[in-house]
Design a protein around this ligand. Structure first.
Ligand SMILES: [Zn+2]
Length: 460
């Protein structure tokens, strides 16, 4: 088979941006240099395009089922949306039922993904209440390539919730196993108290969602996690931080030698809590909720200042119809779609606006998450020997996002109608084109499970 050569694009590599060809062979990047195309090669003209590493979306919830509802985006639909957004690897959360064997949870999830995903995938495990032999299972799980485990400090009445005792024990064990503990940081008692106050005042509709989960709840839980990480010496990773004060705490502990990492999501960088007063409030129900404009500005400044370690979408594809009219915030499953808009939104907000260079933004959604989660060297980078996962992005043109053009099943986007600079022209996964000019063209047999290395182990 003839090799594929991506010709003449502006290629974002770890050594800088250069106008070059990228030769792909056997699913890998074989060479990056000018003038690579031979007579038998299939050539893709990339002049005027950014040639970027395919994104590694380190935070997705495809096929998520909770006690109320199931996301419409299963692995097939979610991975199609991923492909259309230039995401060539996603790391999905596997929920653990109460006291379920951790390996059994992975084995239950695996067949939902294998044979159904258009692009490659890895897993994090959601750790709730562990069973009696969980330490042994954690070790086995890491051996199977699941080397990150998330705890929820909220949702107390569900299987997701982890007690502080279990969290503390997990950190002690995980640190020794090279497993990275991720935290959904929101103090449950503060949320419960705020919700009770609102309920007593009859304020239970969706516009009160934000007020039920104050910023203090996040800051407190982040501080608690940092204290536990400091005590145990284990690395800790905070998902979807929404407050600049949380990020500042993470940085402070980092300076003291704690391996503490901060993730943010595009919605907390683009939207503020005034949207809870809009008629479209149902498009902005996620946890943590949207924050005041001053917090949004602070979080954006931290991204620009290089104080954020990774950006993930937190894609959670419920349809608005599932959210229902007249529902209370307490009876609504939070979550919004975002995997397909991740790159176009960040490009528009941070690159096209002149705030950051394209390589720095690309790094936050490709190389950095790949390295934190044990996929470094193989995923998220344009380098010889890495998987041939590429995103070709045309920076020209500006148009409002139309949610009808998206490929997920949620059927809406919180960015509908917002101006987007540029568009994804082509997505390549291990040398195969999986999306091209509006058309998802991959095969569900193509996407593979990619095991993650243990935290701190070197890639190659
Ligand atoms: Zn999430």
């Amino acid at each position: 088979m003839a090799d594929l050569v991506i010709q003449g694009g502006d290629v974002v590599t770890p050594d800088g941006i250069r106008c070059a060809d990228v030769r792909l062979a056997n699913g890998l990047i074989e060479a990056v240099a000018p003038g690579l195309a031979g007579r038998d090669d299939e050539v893709v003209d990339a002049r005027g395009l950014w040639v970027l590493p395919g994104l590694v979306d380190c935070h997705t919830h495809f096929g998520l089922e909770n006690n109320m509802m199931r996301t419409l985006d299963d692995y097939a639909a979610g991975s199609a949306a991923a492909a259309a957004g230039g995401v060539t690897t996603y790391i999905n959360f596997v929920p653990q039922a109460r006291e379920e064997n951790l390996v059994a949870a992975l084995e239950r999830e695996m067949p939902q993904a294998v044979g159904h995903s258009l692009v490659d995938f890895a897993f994090h495990l959601s750790f709730g209440t562990p069973g009696p032999s969980w330490q042994q299972e954690l070790s086995e799980l890491a051996g199977l390539g699941v080397t990150s485990v998330k705890v929820y400090t909220t949702y107390r009445d569900t299987s997701y919730y982890t007690t502080d005792w279990n969290w503390y024990q997990l950190l002690e064990a995980a640190g020794k196993e090279g497993v990275l503990v991720q935290v959904h940081a929101e103090n449950d008692a503060i949320i419960a108290g705020s919700s009770r106050l609102l309920a007593a005042a009859g304020q239970t509709s969706l516009p009160f969602h934000g007020r039920s989960r104050p910023e203090a709840a996040e800051i407190e839980a982040v501080a608690r996690g940092l204290g536990l990480a400091l005590s145990t010496g284990a690395p800790i990773y905070f998902v979807h931080l929404s407050s600049p004060r949380s990020v500042a705490l993470v940085r402070q502990f980092r300076e003291q030698g704690v391996t503490a990492l901060a993730e943010v999501c595009p919605h907390h960088l683009c939207f503020d809590d005034r949207l809870y007063q809009s008629p479209q409030v149902d498009r902005y129900i996620m946890t943590p909720p949207l924050r005041p404009a001053t917090s949004v500005a602070g979080l954006r400044e931290q991204v620009v200042a290089g104080q954020i370690d990774a950006i993930g979408s937190d894609h959670c594809g419920y349809a608005l119809a599932q959210r229902g009219a007249g529902r209370t915030f307490a009876a609504t499953s939070p979550g919004i779609p975002g995997v397909e808009t991740l790159w176009p939104v960040l490009y528009t907000q941070f690159v096209a606006s002149g705030l950051m260079d394209v390589a720095s933004v690309s790094n936050l959604v490709s190389r950095a998450p790949a390295e934190w989660f044990g996929l470094g060297g193989k995923k998220g980078v344009i380098a010889v020997g890495a998987d041939a996962d590429l995103l070709l992005y045309d920076p020209k043109g500006r148009a409002p996002l139309n949610e009808a053009d998206l490929h997920g099943r949620a059927g809406y986007s919180p960015w509908h109608g917002h101006e987007i600079q540029g568009r994804v022209v082509r997505t390549i996964s291990r040398g195969k084109t999986v999306y091209r000019n509006g058309e998802v063209c991959g095969s569900p047999q193509h996407g593979r499970y990619v095991p993650c290395r243990r935290f701190g182990s070197r890639g190659g």
